[in-house]
Design a protein around this ligand. Structure first.
Ligand code: ADE
Ligand code: SF4
Length: 348
């Protein structure tokens, strides 16, 4: 039997029962693929359920406000995915008569859809012969075929795409792609591949050579940028000042507290001398109520180190461009997970 057939029949008997597999409409497959782009299945599942409940059809998603979509996405991270999801739904409503496009190039042209996601949707929803190559598939291919090329270079990516194309089962491309992903998610794991229960062990290069740990390879470790966020939880009576972030940085359009950012760790005394502090408080009387622990929030290329300062201001204080919101209304706004974690400590 060929590799793709071995993996395909293993998939038939070992696959997880997932809602978008049971009900493979294009809208649901697309939604699941966007949610799973940077998220594991267990973590993404509640969001998939929430989206299909709040926005049962593409039309309802397209007609919803961006704030409603961001609120449903709250806590999942990489919020550009939610912005693009909303934009793509509107594109389909306005340019495709509300019907999910069924050819590869129209799918690929939608916001938030790259080569992998376009191939996944084309094959899973429309059974078109495109090989979907994501991180799971790089790992499985590099090990089975012994491909040493780095997965983070464009020439390496081409090598993997070509290998995936020649392995593709053209009769059942949807099943094939899911099977590759599933093998990577359940058996051919990054750290401890379960070779003893793998359907292709007898024809796997890395297993035979004993080099599963060495594959796949990367050209360079991604550089992590450290950022230091000093959030000011400014309370005036029972209200907290918040504002919407702009679209340029991480967490576009989510809500947050007044923020002073520094490129290095900084103490409160230093912050108090900064121009930002002057702009926020312009000499008004402030009382520091407490200082939180340091929070570490890891994104793919940045580490955010955050601290929250709880501050009380007097009734005559005002802060332009911010709104003062009572605690029982926080749930109307979408906040980054980091800020939600801080709010949770306030409730105890
Ligand atoms: N990760 C990305 N796409 C997936 C899918 N269709 N099933 C399971 N895990 C996935
Ligand atoms: Fe991965 Fe091991 Fe299977 Fe090879 S034998 S594909 S390394 S799980």
């Amino acid at each position: 039997m060929q590799v793709s057939q071995l993996i395909g029949s293993w998939y038939d008997s070992h696959k997880r029962s997932l809602p978008w597999r049971e009900n493979p409409e294009p809208y649901r497959i697309w939604l699941s693929e966007i949610i799973l782009q940077q998220t594991r299945v267990n973590q993404g599942m509640p969001y998939y359920t929430r989206f299909t409940e709040r926005f049962p059809t593409l039309r309802e998603l397209a007609d919803a406000s961006l704030d409603a979509v961001l609120l449903a996405w709250e806590g999942l991270g990489y919020y550009n995915r939610a912005h693009n999801l909303h934009r793509a739904a509107q594109t389909i409503r306005d340019e495709h008569q509300g019907i999910f496009p069924s050819d590869y190039s129209s799918i690929r042209a939608l916001p938030g859809i790259g080569d992998y996601t376009a191939a996944a949707i084309a094959s899973l929803a429309f059974n078109l012969p495109y090989a979907a190559v994501d991180g799971n598939v790089y790992r499985v291919l590099s090990r089975i075929l012994g491909i040493p090329d780095p997965v983070d270079t464009s020439s390496g990516k081409k090598t993997f795409q070509n290998a995936a194309n020649s392995l593709l089962d053209r009769q059942l491309p949807g099943r094939h792609n899911q099977a590759m992903i599933e093998l990577g998610a359940l058996v051919c794991l990054p750290k401890n591949p379960q070779c003893s229960s793998c359907p292709v062990q007898h024809c796997c290069w890395a297993f035979k050579e004993g080099i599963t740990r060495e594959l796949p390879t990367k050209n360079k470790k991604s550089r992590i940028r450290n950022r230091y966020f000093h959030y000011l939880a400014i309370w005036q009576d029972h209200n907290l000042y918040i504002k919407q972030r702009n679209a340029k940085d991480i967490w576009p359009m989510l809500y947050e507290l007044p923020l002073i950012e520094t490129p290095h760790p900084a103490e409160l005394e230093t912050l108090m001398l900064s121009r930002e502090w002057q702009t926020l408080f312009h000499g008004t009387k402030v009382t520091l109520l407490n200082t939180s622990r340091s929070y570490l929030h890891k994104l793919s290329h940045q580490h955010i180190h955050a601290r929250f300062y709880k501050i009380k201001v007097e009734p005559d204080y005002t802060l332009e461009e911010y709104r003062a919101v009572p605690a029982d209304e926080f749930n109307r706004y979408a906040f980054p997970k980091l800020i939600l974690s801080y709010f949770n400590t306030m409730k105890q």
